[in-house]
Design a protein around this ligand. Structure first.
Ligand code: G3H
Ligand code: 13P
Ligand code: ZN
Length: 309
């Protein structure tokens, strides 16, 4: 039981039809819900921390929570920085003891993204830490944008091959149609599987990463709304599309929004049904349980990763 890198878990996932869930953590209840689920399902696990999470919880707390989770569950866990935007935050996380960092240079021109990623790879590898980079821009839901305009931001397969070769990065996040948050598609969901297959064919040894992979199950949106929420028109990636993607090199699947919806639906329900209750444990406990059920569902039914330890 230890903090581990993604090296071994990705090597196994790459040659199998399953992917590893990378779940965002912000507080103790979220960490506990996720690790309990991974333990029951006997799945490898990545816990990821965004810059926003570091700011909210403060770095030392999240690190200690993950160390506590390892001690408590006996699991090996990868602790990953999600969307590091510059060298400094990646260095800080490497120095703090993270085992994996993402340098997200996707907003920069190709050559700048390469230079920035190389700098992080050099530092991280010298400290035994693995690096994820991103190429292509995740689609946003925008009005009046054609399929062609949307696809123009997707990852170019030849650039992906050159990027991996020149940076020495350990895994690559690609853009094939997903986006962050609860509103992913206007109309029919569409992922560019042909593009994914070409990318995987060109760099078959490189684990690929799918961001924006929450499925935004209607049941949870409805439950939030039933108890006074206002989340109209939310739409995620269909579960079968995520399952399909795991067959073509997608080894890491990033999920945050679904955890937020599951926890919030439960906290809302509890507080509406128990208006005189004010002990935070009474509503955070059910929130934690909701995270656990959601993560078990993901691991078992979407990522196909149960019993892969
Ligand atoms: O990709 C972003 C993750 O969902 C983290 O979101 O920046 O609000 O913590 P955050
Ligand atoms: P979702 O918003 O779809 O959960 O994506 C999370 C993510 O990609 C974190 O990096
Ligand atoms: Zn992301």
């Amino acid at each position: 039981m230890a903090l581990v890198t993604t090296k071994e878990m990705f090597a196994k996932a790459l040659v199998s039809d399953y992917a590893i869930g990378a779940f965002n953590v912000n507080n103790m209840e979220i960490v506990q819900g996720i690790v309990d689920a991974a333990k029951i399902e006997q799945s490898p696990l990545i816990l990821q921390v965004s810059a926003g999470a570091r700011k909210y919880a403060r770095p030392a707390y999240l690190l200690k929570l993950v160390e506590a989770a390892i001690e408590d569950t006996g699991l090996d866990i990868c602790l990953h920085l999600d969307h590091g935007e510059d060298f400094e935050i990646c260095k800080k996380c490497v120095d703090d003891g993270f085992t994996s960092v993402m340098i997200d240079g996707s907003k920069h021109p190709f050559e700048e993204n390469i230079a920035l990623t190389k700098e992080v790879v050099e530092y991280a590898h010298a400290h035994g830490v693995v690096v994820e980079a991103e190429l292509g821009k995740l689609a946003g839901v925008e009005d009046n944008i054609s399929v062609d305009e949307r696809s123009a931001k997707f990852t170019d397969p030849d650039e992906a091959a050159e990027f991996v070769e020149r940076t020495g990065v350990d895994s690559l996040a690609i853009a094939i149609g997903t986006s962050h948050g609860a509103y992913k598609f206007k109309g029919e969901p569409y992922l560019d599987f042909e593009r994914l297959k070409v990318i995987h064919g060109l760099i078959p040894q490189t684990p690929l990463v799918l961001h924006g992979a929450s499925t935004v199950l209607k049941e949870f949106v409805d439950r939030c709304n039933e108890y006074g929420g206002q989340i109209p028109g939310a739409q995620g990636v269909p579960e079968e599309m995520i399952r399909e993607a795991t067959k073509y090199g997608i080894c890491k699947v990033n999920i945050d929004t679904d955890l937020r919806l599951a926890m919030t639906a439960e906290v809302r329900r509890f507080l509406i049904e128990n208006p005189s209750e004010f002990d935070p444990r009474k509503y955070l406990g059910p929130g934690r349980d909701a995270i656990q059920s959601m993560v078990q569902h993901k691991i078992r039914n979407v990522l196909n990763a149960s019993n892969t330890l």
